[in-house]
Design a binder for this molecule. Structure first.
Ligand SMILES: C[S@@+](CC[C@H](N)C(=O)[O-])C[C@H]1O[C@@H](n2cnc3c(N)ncnc32)[C@H](O)[C@@H]1O
Length: 416
């Protein structure tokens, strides 16, 4: 999508306010259509910009809301059409076996979570909010991705947004009969999906599936409630607490938890396959000092109390190599401020990447953050892994490809 939306931001006034009022629900719709929070944001921006440009020609024959949904549907259809050209945080690799290296799967199996706050309409009653939440469950959104775009749109409009068949027919420029037939086919396809395992790519691994149903609920943090005053209380008997963001298959998280039994570890990972692998490792090793968040790091970090952690690790984050995607990198000033908030003075943020540009980006961002100091004293401090670093699949992959990783440690300075 090429529209930046600068012209929208620069255009104050009533039309913009009226259009903006629909941003959140449109984000929910586009997210369910596209299965990606980032793409949904782009699609909504594109929708609002198109609507703003055509606002003079909006004749009020339908409600503004229906008109916006029609534009959003078309934007999503276009985006789905151009999926093959879609940007990804890392290169695609061919699929492997359960025990093989963790890889990204192509196209419609790629589903990212989205925080509730970005899609659940403000002021929604408890029932509507519950429905909105249920319908952005990863498994549901993943299952939706099995439907052709028009079936997907019909199912969402009819069953999630509860539109009448005639309204949907008008929106899609088709007949009620055709809408009903699309809906029937969509339901049949969904019924054939196992919604609980909708996004797990290897449904043959019954053990991992069972762990997702039984162990994950026990280890998952309850972000709907307040965190304990002392984060150690989340664990049985630990002295301090660490966080690992985007742990992939969990090998580093599990190795660290095993080596440091008196430290509690919070692991965060939205990719269900990775979560399933980590659960299998946790069970195998009988670890009792790990809690998990299956979702986005931002929502977990926002929930964590201030000065609660002694260390945060971000190991081989998605590099987002293209300039126009840099805004999607985890390292941003706002996230650094949040890391400063949740780390105790003297605590450390550890970062590893094999992408030279991301290393330079990270150094530049931390250089202007007065709450942190970079601990390196010699080149070896960033060229070599810190003592005890156990590596990950991405580390092995980088080394096999001849890329030299960078190991950066930033210390939280005492509060200014
Ligand atoms: C390139 S992989 C590296 C995985 C692992 N750290 C390793 O080295 O094997 C990046 C990981 O970050 C996770 N990730 C991406 N966006 C995230 C987010 N917003 N919050 C938490 N994790 C995220 C991805 O699901 C993926 O597992």
């Amino acid at each position: 999508m090429t529209t930046t939306g600068d012209d929208l931001a620069a255009a104050p006034g009533e039309p913009v306010r009226r259009l903006e009022a629909h941003r959140r629900e449109l984000t929910g719709f586009c997210y369910r259509m596209l299965g990606s929070a980032f793409e949904a944001e782009d699609a909504v921006q594109e929708t609002l910009v198109r609507a703003w440009r055509a606002y003079d020609r909006f004749e009020g024959r339908s409600s503004l809301r229906s008109w916006l949904y029609r534009i959003a549907s078309n934007v999503c259809f276009d985006a789905l059409e151009g999926r093959r050209r879609r940007a990804r945080p890392v290169d695609l690799s061919p699929a492997g076996s359960v025990d093989a290296e963790l890889v990204w799967r192509p196209g419609d199996t790629w589903v990212e979570p989205i925080p509730d706050a970005r899609v659940v309409p403000a002021g929604a009653g408890p029932e509507d909010a519950a429905l909105a939440r249920e319908s952005i469950r990863l498994a549901f959104v993943a299952a939706l991705q099995h439907l052709p775009p028009r079936q997907r749109a019909v199912l969402l409009l009819r069953e999630v947004l509860r539109w009448r068949a005639a309204e949907v027919a008008e929106l899609l420029g088709t007949t009620v009969v055709s809408v009903n037939s699309l809906l029937q086919r969509a339901r049949a396809t969904l019924a054939a999906q196992d919604l609980r395992s909708g996004e797990l790519h290897d449904p043959a691994d019954a053990r991992q599936q069972a762990l997702l149903r039984t162990l994950l609920p026990r280890l998952a943090l309850n972000l709907a409630g307040a965190p304990p005053v002392r984060l150690q209380e989340l664990f049985v008997d630990v002295d301090d607490v660490r966080l690992e963001i985007g742990f992939g298959g969990g090998e580093h998280l599990v190795a660290e938890a095993e080596r440091n039994p008196r430290t509690g570890f919070i692991g965060c990972e939205p990719f269900l396959n990775g979560m399933a692998k980590a659960l299998a490792l946790i069970e195998e090793r009988g670890l009792a000092n790990i809690r998990l968040h299956h979702g986005d790091a931002a929502e977990l970090i926002a929930w964590l109390p201030s000065a609660a952690l002694v260390r945060v690790d971000l190991i081989y984050p998605d590099p987002w190599p293209k300039r126009r995607h840099w805004k999607r990198r985890f390292i941003q000033d706002a996230n650094i401020a949040e890391l400063a908030r949740i780390l105790a003075p003297g605590g450390e943020f550890r970062f590893v990447t094999d992408v030279a540009d991301y290393a330079a980006w990270t150094l530049r961002h931390f250089a202007r953050a007065p709450q942190f100091s970079w601990t390196a004293e010699s080149a070896d401090d960033w060229r070599r892994p810190w003592p005890g670093f156990s590596g990950t699949r991405y580390e092995a992959k980088a080394r096999r490809a001849g890329r030299s990783p960078c190991y950066l440690i930033f210390r939280r300075t005492p509060a200014p």
